[in-house]
Design a protein around this ligand. Sequence first.
Ligand code: SG7
Ligand code: ZN
Length: 260
Amino acid sequence: GSQWTYSEGALDQTQWSKEYPSCGGRRQSPIDLQRRNVQYNPSLKALKLTGYKSQGGQFPMTNNGHTAQISLPPTMRMTAADGTEYIAKQMHFHWGGESSEISGSEHTIDGIRYVAEVHIVHYNSKYKSYDIAQSAPDGLAVLAALIKVEDYGENTYYSTFISQLNNIRYPGQSTVLSDLDIRDMLPENVHHYYSYKGSLTTPPCTENVYWFVLASPIMFSRAQGWKLENSILDHQNKTLHNIYRMTQPLNNRVVETNFM
Ligand code: SG7
Ligand code: ZN
């Protein structure tokens, strides 16, 4: 079968639905988060993140040809406002062009695209495994955070990750990161978020993802933004750039927030 891409060849994102029908569905991700159109729900509780603090673990990281992806231990869990518990599986990134002027987040806020976006993919703990959950209608939840680059200092919680991107330059390459603190890799404020029901943002675009997009961004230095955008290559040996999907129609969905 042909390989899907973001913007080149026969199976670019405008064509995904021809091979992956769900990509043409009515609850697709990402979306533009429009502050004027969200439903403020003050009773929406904060997410509960357990096992996110560093336990001195080893985190395999790989270049899967589409992004840099870090495997996460099942001891990391997220409990949503409705009490559903999700088990972490992996985290990965979406980014834009060769400079941070060319942004590449997937979700946009009032039409503004951020430099990059991190996704922590989880599966519903009522299922025995990720593989079972990934095809269940209530199987997945993704915790997302937008990444902003300005003249800040280095975000030292990302130093290990950024410096080891060189070890996964080619698709299929892997490395191991030690002692990540995933909690510290998120914004300080994880209480405020947007949430809505959507899909995977890549083929097969399965419509079984509960999305939680944090309201506060993660800060990177310019050098860190540049390294994220320019360290790893795709299957054509070209630098992986603009690895994000265009925003999709909201259709009849409601985006909820727990902040004003
Ligand atoms: C990334 O985004 C990868 C995919 C992920 C996809 O390209 O990290 O993961 C693997 C295992 O290839 O797909 C099923 C899955 O997690 C879509 O995930 S996303 O909706 O959070 N962007
Ligand atoms: Zn993603």
